[in-house]
Structure formats: C-alpha cells, structure tokens
Design a protein around this ligand. Structure first.
Ligand SMILES: NC(=O)c1ccc[n+]([C@@H]2O[C@H](COP(=O)([O-])OP(=O)(O)OC[C@H]3O[C@@H](n4cnc5c(N)ncnc54)[C@H](OP(=O)(O)O)[C@@H]3O)[C@@H](O)[C@H]2O)c1
Length: 325
C-alpha cells in the first residue's frame, strides 16, 4: 500500500508516522514536509499526488490556528477546504482512498436535552460552525463528500500530544513557571491524545488491508465518523488532571500551582468556541469494533510517554514491515 501522509510536523501527523510502519501489510509511506509540499499550492499538490500515485492519502495537515483564522480566512480556506478538495478529486481519478481529519468545531456546541444537559453530537446532527476555522473545516468535509472519492472523514476534538503545540504542553509549561492559573470551565468536551488517534486510525487501516476487496470495503465503511476517547471534562478540569498527574510523577520541579476555573467570557479571544464539543462514537464502534478508552487513560499514557495501541489490534499482530521515506 502506497500512502501519502501530510502534516508530519504536526501532532497527529507525527503520531501517524510512528504508527504506520507497524501495519500488518507493507506500507510505503511518502511524507513530504511543507517545504516540499505546500498545501496552499494547488499545482504542487496535484503534481505530488500524480507523481507518487498513492493508494491512500492520509491528511492530518490543517490550518489549526483557530484565532488567527478569523483574520486569515483565505489562507485557512486554502489549506482546510481547497487542499482536501484537490486531494479528493485526485484520489477519485486514481481510485485511491482518502482519510481526512475534521473537528468538533463544525458544530455550534449547543446540543442539550430538555434539562439543559449537554448531549454528544452524532454524525447525523446538523452542523453550524461558530468560527472561520470551523467553517473552513466543514467546507473541506463537504468537498470530499461531493467528490465521490473513497473516503473516511474522522472528526475529533481537543487534540494534544507530548509533541508540538497544544494545551497539554502549555499547561505543563505554565505550571512550572507560575503559582496560579485561571482556566476556562464552561466549555465541555473530550481530550484526545494524538497517539491514540493514530493507533485507532491504524486499526481501521489494518481492517482495510485485511479486507478481501478494498472497493467493497470503502463502499461499506466509507463516510463521516466521530473518533474520540470517552468521558467528558472541561478545560479547567483537564488542566487540573494534567497538573495533578505531573505533580504525582514529580515532573513539575516545584509545588503545583493553584488552579481556578473561569467562564470563557473572562478570557476573550478572537474566535467564538462551542460550549459543547462532545462527540458520540457509537457509529465508529459499530463499524470498526474499536474499544474506546476513557480520556484519563490516554492522558496517563501521554504523560508517561507510552505509545498506545487499541485493544488486541490487528495492526500489531504481525512484524513491522513498513518503511518511511
Ligand atoms: N488540535 C486540535 O485540538 C484539533 C481538534 C479537533 C480536530 N483537529 C484536527 O485534527 C487534525 C490534526 O491536527 P493537529 O493538532 O495534529 O494539527 P497541528 O499540530 O497544528 O499540525 C498541523 C500540520 O499541518 C501542516 N500544515 C499547515 N499548513 C500547511 C501547508 N500550507 N502545507 C503543508 N502543511 C501544512 C503543519 O505544518 P507546519 O509545521 O509546517 O506548520 C503541521 O504539520 C487536523 O485536521 C485538525 O483540524 C485538531
């Protein structure tokens, strides 16, 4: 299987790069950096795909600067909407598959029951992004679906890792520097470690590799899915869990800071964010039989630097055969 992988300097792309070589069948992974493949350059992107002729494109690359996107809408649109549209079009011409990642920010974040309790979004729920980033990610999804290519769109939320730029590393840094922290406590969701997202993706890929007929597999399983750990928290409680864990493992080098929760209204930022980012994974579990860990388990693994796998994964059942180039 020839895989074109984007965004390997990012959290998820980096995690995928280290998981992909352990797929059961041989995978040749071509993972050009931005200097060789700028996704905002349509000609370069088409050329890269037609030259490499992938069986599968995996696209974790994205314009992810949510606040900056408000003033750089065109740039965000080029990377989050136009580039996936080109990937989808070229994938369809080649008969290749496309695995693309999207976000909880395609929703408005106000889904609740009659008592006002937040409800998890399903794939069937109406979208309604609150900010430019969410709008461009939704446009990318829609272009992929409209292209008719074989695709999986995996929506996830609150991605973190011990690599790259993210809330987990920011909280650890601040906890080492400060004695008091104020963190938003009225936005709810589920944190997802990039490592677990990569492991889950590879489990799905292993199922594709072991299918008798790839075209039939895509017909049966292609579509939009929510890929997320289980459980529910808010940014304040997530920060508290990160710092408590780091403190228990003596990773702060000082006393843990005092953390207080504040409403989002006291932390003004350019982009509006959803209050409810919860994603239902029922469809994913039914389709692929994945077991979904609680977010605290994946946080613990990230803190310890342990690479995760899904339970009894297909993709770890054979010797490593892949190669990255
Ligand atoms: N982060 C989150 O909390 C979150 C939440 C929900 C969904 N998601 C989605 O999950 C996926 C993975 O996110 P992530 O957190 O891993 O992203 P990330 O760490 O911000 O990485 C983004 C990657 O995209 C690359 N990229 C950006 N613009 C590019 C361009 N013009 N040409 C080539 N490469 C470019 C970046 O390269 P450079 O290093 O060169 O900039 C980087 O490798 C994305 O689809 C994102 O929308 C993320």
């Amino acid at each position: 299987m020839r895989i074109l992988l984007t965004g390997t300097s990012g959290q998820l792309g980096n995690a995928l790069l280290s998981h992909l070589p352990r797929l059961p069948a041989t995978a040749v992974v071509h993972a050009p950096q931005r200097a060789k493949l700028d996704l905002s350059n349509a000609t370069q992107l088409r050329q890269c795909i037609t030259d490499f002729k992938p069986d599968l494109i995996i696209n974790p690359a994205a314009y992810t600067a949510v606040d900056l996107a408000e003033s750089e809408a065109e740039k965000a649109h080029a990377i989050n909407a136009i580039a996936p549209a080109i990937m989808a079009e070229e994938a369809r011409k080649l008969g290749a598959g496309l695995i693309h990642y999207s976000t909880d920010y395609v929703f408005s974040g106000d889904k609740s029951d009659a008592e006002g309790n937040w409800q998890a979004y399903t794939e069937a729920d109406a979208t309604g992004p609150l900010n430019v980033y969410g709008q461009t990610k939704l446009a990318g999804e829609q272009a992929i679906v409209a292209s008719g290519c074989q695709h999986l769109i995996l929506r996830t939320s609150w991605v973190y890792s011990n690599f790259g730029k993210n809330f987990f590393l920011t909280m650890l840094k601040l906890a080492r520097e400060r004695d008091q922290l104020r963190v938003v406590n009225d936005q709810w969701g589920t944190p997802n470690s990039a490592d677990w997202l990569a492991a889950a993706t590879c489990e799905i890929l292993a199922q594709l590799q072991q299918a008798n007929d790839a075209v039939t597999w895509w017909q049966e399983f292609g579509g939009v899915y929510h890929l997320s750990a289980s459980g529910k928290t808010n940014w304040f409680a997530f920060a508290t869990a990160i710092i408590e864990l780091a403190d228990q493992q003596n990773k702060l080098g000082k006393a843990a800071p005092q953390i207080s929760g504040i409403p989002a209204s006291e932390y003004p930022v350019p982009a509006r964010r959803p209050h409810n980012s919860l994603l239902s994974t029922e469809k994913l579990q039914t389709a692929f039989g994945l077991s979904i860990p609680d977010w605290r388990i994946t946080l613990d693994a990230c803190m310890q630097g342990v690479q995760l796998s899904v339970s009894e994964p297909l993709y770890l059942t054979t010797q490593a055969q892949g190669q990255a180039k």
